[in-house]
Design a protein around this ligand. Sequence first.
Ligand SMILES: Cc1cc2nc3c(=O)[nH]c(=O)nc-3n(C[C@H](O)[C@H](O)[C@H](O)COP(=O)(O)OP(=O)(O)OC[C@H]3O[C@@H](n4cnc5c(N)ncnc54)[C@H](O)[C@@H]3O)c2cc1C
Length: 363
Amino acid sequence: MKRLVLVGPGHAHLHVLEALARTPLPEVETVLVSLGPRQLYSGMLPGWIAGDYALEQLSFELARLARAAKARLEPSGAAALRADRRELQLGDGQVLGYDVASFDIGSLPAGPELPGVTEHARVLKPLDRALTVLPEATRQSGPLLVVGGGAAGVELALCLQARTGRPTVLIERGEEVPRGAPRSAQRLIRRLLARRGIKLRTKAALASLSAGSARLESGESLPFTTCVWATGARAPELFAKSGAAVDAQGYLAVEDTLRSPSHPELFATGDCAGFISGQRVPKAGVYAVRQGPVLSANLRAALTGGGSLRSYHAQSGFLSLMNAGDGTAVGAWKGLAFHGRAVWRLKDAIDRRFMARFQRLAG
Ligand SMILES: Cc1cc2nc3c(=O)[nH]c(=O)nc-3n(C[C@H](O)[C@H](O)[C@H](O)COP(=O)(O)OP(=O)(O)OC[C@H]3O[C@@H](n4cnc5c(N)ncnc54)[C@H](O)[C@@H]3O)c2cc1C
């Protein structure tokens, strides 16, 4: 009997579990390692904040999903990887050996080492922590500060402001908001933020947080009563001391087959994978979703010794949809940007369809 360990219930691993439920792998024991008993879908989290969804609509029980795939769930998380010994240490102290292990554990928000961030900001990952943001934001009054002008930061600022009516400031260290979006989408978002009274501060790098006050590198202070931390991605800490090859940012290095160049029994996918071929793979859920079928086929090949591995090639762009929190959404596609109720309906339909797939599987 061989053992496959799937670490993290990220987007691509959901696909692997779905495939295992449909076509089980004989003589393979599958273990799913998660941080807790449920998975939240980040794409619908801003909608939950805006009041569009109940929590059950964006979450599912991992034990049920694992059962459908005839896998065992270990919900205490992975604490350490010893790649040379093919061992994974879990949060509850257990040590799991593996024949093949695959990582889909996402990324962490950048910048928590800045003074005061851990104490005074609501950091969004692991995503369960984001659930504390809404009760706090609705209970308190006064200025709401969102740090990070990527798509997630913009959506959260819009949805929190729509739900709470609080004065909201969005700060971004660069010039682009949303970071990396086409110019047309940036213009549209700027107009929308202004219309909604959300103050946007670009080229505003945060230096430190203290109770009720954010200090920028320029020396300026911004008052706040709730601070939400939605900065760009950094690598999970698990890989640094694992003995497996990592890329320059500390993500688990992979070839285009999603396999580690140093340890062929290791795979990584989604945000936590660092592609060494140089292909550009943004840290976004839509890329992790597309990696699912390739990963699934390659894990089967690695476990059965059958066939060559498939390569993953990232799509050149994707339809980005941001919830504006007021029954509208903003979309960006190949240099075009659009806003309105129909865009929200499209986003809602896509997200619901994605969730329904796995909620059905989880019974
Ligand atoms: C508010 C918000 C909204 C977003 N909206 C979108 C969107 O609309 N579209 C889009 O493409 N992207 C969106 N993103 C980005 C998106 O969430 C990530 O890029 C995406 O989730 C990455 O997918 P993944 O499969 O790599 O990992 P994830 O979906 O992050 O899943 C990783 C899982 O692994 C678990 N895990 C972490 N560490 C461990 C460990 N040590 N042991 C075991 N399990 C572990 C985590 O708890 C999590 O369940 C959004 C992000 C945020 C914060």
